[in-house]
Design a protein around this ligand. Sequence first.
Ligand code: GLN
Ligand code: ZN
Length: 755
Amino acid sequence: MSLKTANLGYPRIGARRELKFALESYWQGKSGEDALLATAHALKRDRWLAQKQAGIHFIPSNDFSLYDHVLDMLVSLGATPERFGNDEVTLQRYFEMARNSQHQSPMEMTKWFDTNYHYLVPEWSRNLSFKTNPGKILDEIKNAEDLGVHSRPVLLGPISLLLLGKSVDGTDPLNLLPALLESYHALLHSLYKAGVEWVQIDEPHLATDLPVPYRRAYGMAYERLAKVPLKIMLTTYFEGLGENLDLAFSLPVSGVHLDLVRAPQQLDAALQALRPQQILGLGCVDGRNIWACDLDKAHALAERAARAVGEDRVVIAPSCSLLHVPVDVRGEDSLPEGLKPWLSFALQKLEEVRWIAGGPKSFPAAFADRHRILQERGRAASACVPAVREAAASLQRKDFRRSAPYPERREKQRATLRLPLFPTTTIGSFPQTTEIRKARAKWRKGEMATAEYHAYLEQEMAACIRVQEEIGLDVLVHGEFERNDMVEYFGEQLAGFAFTANGWVQSYGSRCVKPPIIYGDVFRPAPMTVCWSSKAQSMTQKPMKGMLTGPVTILQWSFVRDDLSRKDVAFQIALALREEVRDLEAAGIRVIQVDEPALREGLPLRKAAWSEYLEWAAAAFRLATSLVSDATQIHTHMCYSEFNDIFPAIAALDADVISIESARSRMELLQAFREAGYPNEIGPGVYDIHATRIPGKDEIEQLLRRALEAVRPEQLWVNPDCGLKTRNWPETVASLKNMCAAAQALRQEYASVLD
Ligand code: GLN
Ligand code: ZN
């Protein structure tokens, strides 16, 4: 058996983050446009050559972007936001839209489905006009051609594009569809004239719960696109097609790609629905995770498909674009012993695609090796720490519940903490100055001794505590100076986590993240934060908050084992954090905050799967926190999200206090808390820490008054929207002083309530 192979998209940032450095140097004015374009050109070239060398049949073009592929698509269709004007999109204008402009705010950025990639949100308005602008795509096609690669350009499809955007003037985006389709049509026509045979059109929304009008719009949209004699590979990913499966295959397209990693069960229905002239793309190598593929399993799927519809109608591919994984595992030489063969990054995944397509007869060694690796991995990962498995297996209901209901806890906490009405606090981090980052870099390189580094951090911590006392905050924090990143800091101290040297994944523009890899059973070999927190507590009479990152956030921002369920891994992390919570409490810490900013982003794409997720996510949080005594106050913090959707889960955390982003939405989310009669305490953020502006006392007071329309005075805390690590000290001090003054003013007014 020998099947065709495809790739749907390749990482753009470069194995050594070349694009990042070129972009930043260009933005800082250190290098010119030519240098940036030369780097981009070299990167594209390397990517194509790598894919060609890997023997991939359908190699994508137009999957590269200098910033974001959604913005690129808008540029190609002439559909960029009206407020940026109608002129030609030069590089300068492109970056103005993407990141900063003298005259207006850049385009909004939001998460690309359930990934950690952020795209720029299209802005739909009534008078938006379209004008096809195929230059970038044609250039890429030509560049690829020069390297002997007859590429398959990638476009984002019209319906998904509309759904990814937002209406800025109340216009129904669907009203724009006819004009948008004309632009798509013209674009496809230019591709056809340039000799393109196949195009990949991505419609990820086909794998989501589609609003009915959009569902209906698919037919007419693809009828229009099919007027150009090009072969369309309709590409879906991140979930199964579900109820949209028949719709997808009924469209006038020459092929449909399915994500068989997330949704292997859809293969049979797809084989039924496949029409005679269509081919089927089998996404059977995980484009979202970094584990070596089970070749036998994937090959079995491929064989089943080939037997049903014929070898020439099956194409093997990664499940989605490889944008979401790092480039190459070969240089990773500092991983824990034995881990490297378990891993597969973009380049290795292409190899896997080819092996699967060729089958064990063509690549017997690859299949035999993989069999052995997977067996070893299974043995090693589960034999790792039986105690972890036992602890998880013997959990009981009581392990997930505080010993008393909130009203009782509240009385005990009041008695020990003796906080004023409208207590003030911050979310955890204080400014991470260049000096701190420099010291950390030196320490990491071994140029600064640990004792010296710690002494320095302690000195920063002491200063930070003094400042908080002077400002008059009620519940203090130690400042998180010892942390580079809220997940990495814990991952580095927990067993079961590994860190790569170059496992970068693009988050947005030039920003990359290096997610830790959870490869073994997770446990806590030693306390992680207790010494910092207790040291900090010893420096003040005020309560000091212990600061932890929650189990769901750690899970969400890591590459997670695929041989255990996400729930099981979350519970393992929660059990490790539970020990930390216990030790913090034993060390005299009376307030412990467990941050869960990523709780919402873990939501599955399909609504039907939400409740199951939310249930175990909230359970993991409670598992981590519920063993403390009634008098110990558990806080949590959330940001970057729409909370209304997940309100019941927020309540199910049963945190004594939640601090939550809300300054930008002017406290609107509190309505949900009011309607549900939420009993616990809440600190709706009173100022946006992303803005450099210093909020005035009066505006904060006004926001607090608004909050008091929704919650009772004794429920209300006063805090910023999020941590302060990206701010500078003068801004921070000025803002917090105003915040405390606002709380003070309200306190005087409400003085009688507590008595
Ligand atoms: N405690 C963290 C901080 O203050 C919370 C960060 C976050 O919510 N993203 O930095
Ligand atoms: Zn936050």
